[in-house]
Structures are given as C-alpha cells and as structure tokens.
Design a protein around this ligand. Structure first.
Ligand SMILES: Nc1ncnc2c1ncn2[C@@H]1O[C@H](COP(=O)(O)OP(=O)(O)OP(=O)(O)O)[C@@H](O)[C@H]1O
Ligand SMILES: [Mg+2]
Length: 361
C-alpha cells in the first residue's frame, strides 16, 4: 500500500434485489489525507457507493480496500470510518456532549468516562460547539446540529470520514460557511474524506479531487479545474460550469463545421488536440459562455434576448438554431436587450463532441 492508494475501489458493481444496476464497474483510488467529492445527479449511485464503503451494503462484485486491506469481510464497526448522514440523526433526549461522546460509551471500543469526555471536548472545540455542550439538539439550528453530527463522527478518530450531502438541509449562506469549515477541519485533522454532493460548485470549491458519476459510471475523476478545461465527454462539459456551456449543432463537410449560420474550418483548430480523420456527419460544438464574446465582426450574429446580472458579470442570452445560448461579459459592457451583436469563439477553448458525447477536440 502506498499513500496514493489509501482507499481503493476496484471493479465495483451493485445490483439491487429488484435487478437495478446502481453501480457498473466502478474503479478509483483516493490519496491519504485528500478530500474527495463524489459528484453527480440524483440517482447516479453516490449514496450506494458511500454505503458500500461504510459496509452498510454488500457489493455484488468487485473489491474495496482501505490501507491495502480488503474490507469485504470486515464489519462496519471495524472499518475505522466515521459517517455523517444527510439527516443528522442526533439523539433528541441527550445533550450535545452526550451525543458526541455516545460512540465512545458503547460496544467493544468503550472508553473510561473521563477519557471519553476529554475526547468529546476536543472535537466539540474543533467544531466550535463547546458553548452548546449542555443543550439538547431540539434547541439548535441546522448548522449547529450538523456540527454536532460531524463531531460525533470524528470522536472515534476514524481513518476515513464519509459524508453524504451533509449540507443539503442548510440555507445557501450557511452552506458556504459550513463547507469552508468542513474543509478546514478535515485538513486540520488530516483525515481522508469522501464527501457526496450533487452541487458542482460545492465540489469544485472544497474537493482536492472530484469523481463525477452518471448512471452508475464514473465520467471523470480529476482535479476540479480539469472538469472545466478538459471535460472528457459531453455529459461532463454540461454538468460542470455556471452558467452552463453553450452547445451548437454542427455538420462536418469538406473540412468545415457548418452551424445554422456560421462556419468554422477544422484547419483553424489546434491540430494536436483534434482527433485525426474525423468522418463527415453531425457533431456538437460546445463553448463556455466566457469564451464566446461580443466583437465588432465575428463568426456569429445574434439578437440579445435577455441580460442577467450575476454580481461582477452579466450573461447575455440569445437564441441560436432554436436553442438558448449565453455569453458571459464584464458588467461594464454596454449591451442591452434587443441589440444585435456579433460574437466570436475562442477556438483554443471550444470542444467538439460526437452525437454519442465522445470528445474529439
Ligand atoms: N434499495 C434499493 N433497491 C433498488 N434500487 C435502489 C435502492 N436504493 C437505491 N436504488 C436505486 O439506485 C440508484 C442509485 O441510488 P443512490 O441512492 O445511490 O443515488 P444518489 O446518487 O445517492 O441520488 P441522490 O442524489 O438522489 O441521493 C437510483 O436509481 C435508485 O433508485
Ligand atoms: Mg444519495
């Protein structure tokens, strides 16, 4: 075992009793101390993955290894994991301190009361809930309850922390705050963490690595920035990015990509990134809104249908080939609804996909 393979998932499949294949041949590894986000739309298999890591679900086939050792025959309580669920599941009749201490007061790993209290106090301080120690969960806010759940998961000093959408019950502003706290905390403790979310911005902001799932398969496992700059397929390009990417239907003939009212020569693209010998036919040309900009004279002409202000920038929305497209511009650009503008694409930043979604540029 090396540190790069602290958590290893190998050819993992899960077929539920009703025959539904929730995970299909999933393999990845997590480096010791990293915070990895499992990202993907609802139903893609994130919770199924986490529950198998925790040992709450048995895989249909494949292997899970922690620190080089297969976990398939290891009971959940012996896997040295902490688990934070989406609903915090605190014990309502116990105080915050009793909730945090609870895992240390039961089972084989039971500790003396003084030791358990000391550990609980340490993790309550780290999660900033010391002041709440004697209150009951019912009198706490959502964010405070979430911190209690995290302290309770950490108090056993697990090797791996699993978190399943831990912030989804919180309002937007509190989510931003707590996610920063979680990142600081797990980095401080140095614990290897797998964090499930369906929110791409959350994943980009806190993950050392992101593993993006769709329909039970990994679409891309990578550093956050690479989902943006080098998406592996059409799904990834469209899932990551806000505002979402613009997609234009094009047809390749005679070395030209022909859209509804624009043309682009394949020869103008970076040939080192282009898949050679592309057959003629239909493709999708995708470009992030910041890479399609108003210019005096450009490849595209469009009328601005709407302008949306998002803080320091504006999104210009226009229709193209029956589809809405967007250009992200600086706040000061003096373009209004109804203006007819010309736009150009940054050719080193466009992507080309086959109809099946495979990237060819
Ligand atoms: N016990 C079960 N029996 C049959 N199918 C299930 C079972 N649990 C989950 N599934 C199905 O497996 C797929 C993956 O479910 P899972 O809960 O892992 O998704 P998820 O990515 O966590 O979604 P969400 O973001 O909504 O929580 C879904 O299609 C779901 O309906
Ligand atoms: Mg889930």
């Amino acid at each position: 075992m090396n540190d790069a393979e602290f958590v290893v998932v190998k050819n993992l499949r899960k077929v539920y009793d009703n025959g539904h294949e929730a995970l299909k041949d999933v393999s990845f590894s997590v480096q010791k101390g990293d915070l990895v986000c499992l990202l993907g739309p609802s139903g893609c298999g994130k919770s199924t993955m986490l529950n198998m890591l925790a040992g709450l679900l048995q895989p249909t086939s494949g292997d899970i290894r922690f620190a080089g050792k297969s976990m398939l025959k290891v009971a959940p309580k012996d896997r040295q994991i902490g688990y934070v669920f989406q609903n915090y599941a605190l014990y309502p009749h116990m105080t915050v301190r009793q909730n945090v201490m609870f895992p240390l007061t039961v089972g084989r790993h039971k500790l003396a009361k003084a030791v358990a209290t000391e550990k609980a106090d340490k993790y309550m301080a780290l999660t900033q809930i010391t002041d709440l120690a004697d209150q009951k969960p019912g009198s706490l806010s959502g964010g405070q309850q979430q911190r209690v759940a995290i302290a309770r998961a950490l108090v056993q000093e697990p090797k791996i922390l699993l978190m399943d959408e831990p912030l989804s019950n919180l309002d937007a502003r509190l989510r931003l705050k707590i996610r920063e706290e979680i990142r600081a905390l797990v980095k401080n403790v140095g614990i290897t963490t797998l964090f499930v979310t369906h929110d791409q911005e959350e994943a980009l902001s806190i993950g050392d690595q992101i593993i993006l799932f769709n329909d039970g398969r990994i679409q891309q496992a990578d550093l956050g920035q690479n989902f943006y700059l080098e998406p592996r397929n059409y799904f990834v390009a469209n899932f990551v990015g806000n505002p979402v990417i613009d997609n234009f239907k094009v047809t390749l003939t005679d070395g030209q990509l022909v859209g509804s009212d624009f043309k682009l020569a394949l020869a103008d693209l970076d040939q080192t990134k282009l898949q050679p010998n592309l057959p003629d036919g239909d493709y999708l040309l995708s470009v992030r809104p910041e890479n399609i900009q108003p210019v005096a004279s450009g490849r595209l002409r469009a009328q601005v249908a709407d302008v949306e202000l998002i803080g320091r920038e504006r999104i210009l929305k226009f229709m193209h080939d029956g589809q809405q497209a967007r250009s992200l511009v600086n706040l000061e650009v003096p373009i209004k609804i109804g203006d007819t503008i010309e736009l150009d694409l940054r050719l080193d930043r466009v992507f080309l996909f086959t109809q099946e979604g495979t990237r060819v540029y």
